[in-house]
Design a protein around this ligand. Structure first.
Ligand SMILES: CC(C)(COP(=O)(O)OP(=O)(O)OC[C@H]1O[C@@H](n2cnc3c(N)ncnc32)[C@H](O)[C@@H]1OP(=O)(O)O)[C@@H](O)C(=O)NCCC(=O)NCCS
Length: 146
């Protein structure tokens, strides 16, 4: 499996994974905009086809993980972990000192993944999502080895 920057041919499969992974997926227009504006931090996991992706943005010295998903048939094989680790490396190379993300409170799967990678729960975000669900702000300080 290869982790690399997404290319235009990958984006259709990214949409498919996004749509099958989230109840409220990002509009393809937004994902496309993120791809066009943040190519260095829009990564895919590739094994014959796209099997996962991660989108991050850098704002000054802060990194923000916007979306992460693994194709359902490839879950629990460390694809998500590798995507986050690769994005953290790019963040670090670009001077990022801390990374944040928002996750649904009931999404303990993703929280487990992030905690294993050194993220901590920084703050509860009551009714953060448009359907009224609570969120959690998770953060990681990037120091030393990623
Ligand atoms: C969250 C997601 C990206 C994880 O991807 P993945 O490739 O399966 O993750 P990994 O194989 O790297 O798992 C790493 C760790 O995460 C945790 N984890 C992953 N899947 C889990 C599950 N079904 N239940 C509990 N913990 C889980 C475990 O701690 C796992 O480590 P382990 O397998 O050694 O126990 C994937 O489940 C997904 O796409 N979910 C839907 C979209 C989503 O919730 N994205 C995150 C939004 S913030």
């Amino acid at each position: 499996m290869d982790i690399r920057e997404a290319n235009p041919e990958d984006i259709k499969k990214v949409f498919e994974i996004e749509f099958s992974s989230f109840n409220s997926p990002y509009d393809p227009l937004i994902l496309n905009y993120l791809y066009e504006t943040h190519k260095k931090t829009f990564l895919v996991a590739y094994e014959n086809d796209v099997i996962g992706y991660i989108v991050g943005i850098i704002d000054c010295s802060e990194g923000h993980i916007i979306s992460l998903a693994t194709d359902k048939s490839f879950r629990r094989k460390k694809v998500g972990t590798l995507l986050v680790e690769n994005l953290l490396k790019i963040f670090k190379e670009n001077g990022v000192k801390k990374v944040k993300l928002e996750v649904r409170k009931r999404n303990t799967t993703a929280q487990n993944l992030y905690e294993k990678l050194g993220f901590f729960k920084a703050k509860e975000l009551p009714r953060y999502y448009e359907n009224g669900e609570d969120g959690i702000l998770m953060m990681k300080h990037l120091e030393g080895k990623v």
